[in-house]
Structure formats: structure tokens, C-alpha cells
Ligand binder design. Sequence first.
Ligand code: PGA
Length: 257
Amino acid sequence: MRRKLIAANWKMHLLPVGARALIHRIREEIDRDAAMLAKDRDVLIAPPAILIPAVAEALAGSSILLGAQNMHCEDKGAFTGEVSAPMLHAYGVTHVIVGHSERRHIFHETDELINKKVLAALHHRMTPILCVGETHAEHDSGRALDVILGQLQRGLENVVDHHVTAVVIAYEPVWAIGTGHVATPEQAESVHGAIRGAILERYGRERADAVRILYGGSVNDENVDSLVCKPDIDGALVGGASLKADSFARIVKARTR
Ligand code: PGA
């Protein structure tokens, strides 16, 4: 049985005071159900890098995991403005989002660079959340699966058999991110099935069954149940709706079957 993962991607939002208040409110909503939730799901919050120390402090004593939205692939060096895996690790960060569509499209990150970040995260025993997904044009022209499976294959280059289960995949159709146009559960499930199929082909049944595949793109408190009920959808990567305590808490408590 794969555990579900509900992950918040705060993107470039909030200041320290607001971040602490949001964590406080989320904890008010979910701490009392923590033991029950912990049976079958993990919860993760990925704040902007500079807020990681404040969020780490606000999460003390909670089972909510701490993630980063990005990192550099080298441990240290002359890379002005960048943050490395050891730096994140020092603050208790266990997961890092890699290859988010905003990194790919706005910051021109390539599959090659994204792959280096995946390998660096694994090297430091952090869980990379490798994002893949097609644009609107790619979707409309029927090339979605080619794009997604290509990104997956290149993102996992040189990831050895016994490391692949430490990777989380996030399927995030670009046309669904921040648009309110969520993929239907059937659309998402079919892509998740194809992703799992590709992992099966390369890594075998046991490992394919263990890898978690999240859906992201306009997930909210109203559509989350129908998505995470699907057998191949192992959770959600949530942007906009993760910035409101009540909606994020409701998403965390999603019905999963
Ligand atoms: P959204 O963002 O939930 O606001 O669509 C998801 C994401 O970009 O991870």
C-alpha cells in the first residue's frame, strides 16, 4: 500500500509573520487528527527558501514534513543566488520539488539540469519531487504522453534501481496550473497509469508499485477527493489552495477511497 502525499507549494508568497500564522492555523485544523492521518498519508509544506527557518520553527513537534521548491545541483561554490542540498538539509528539509513547470518555462531549466538536481537530492538522501507535464498546445496536438514520458525518462537518467522508490513523481499539466481547469480524474488516472507503466518497464513491478505519483494543477477542497480516490493517484501537489488554512486542511483530509 502506497502512502498518500499531500504537498503544499507556496511558490513566491508570504512573509515570515504570515507564514507562521498560516502554519499555526493549519496545525489547529489538522493536529488533532494527526494520528489518524498518519496511518495512510504524509503532509508536506514547501515554502520559499528564505522562509524555511521560520516554517521549520513553526512546525516543531508536528509530523508535517518540510520541503523546498528548488535547489542547485552542486553542494557549494560560486553560484550567486542559489541554495544547495546540504543547506536545505541543515534546516530539516526532506523533500525538494524539481523541474516544476514554472522552473522549466520561466527559468528555462532543461531536462539535463533537472536530472542533475534529482541525482543531487538522492545523493543527500532527500526526496526529489520530479514534476512533469505537457503544455496546452502539446495537449491539444495529442503529444501529451510523448512529452511527459520523455521528461520522465530524461529526469530519471542514471537513477539506479534501488533509488527510484525514493523519487516522487508529480504529474502537473501546465494548462491546469493556476488556471482553475483541473484535469478530470479519468484524464489524470490515465496519465498516471502510463507513468507507472514506464517505470515498470525500466525498473520492474515491485519498484513501479512503490513509486508515488502525485497530481497537481488546480487541486482544491472540492475536487481533491475525486482525484486521490483513483488507484494510481497517490496524492496532490497544491499551489493556490495551499495558502488558505481551511482549504488546505480539507485537502489534507481528503477521502482516499
Ligand atoms: P495550483 O498550482 O494548485 O495553483 O494550480 C499547482 C502547482 O503549481 O504545483
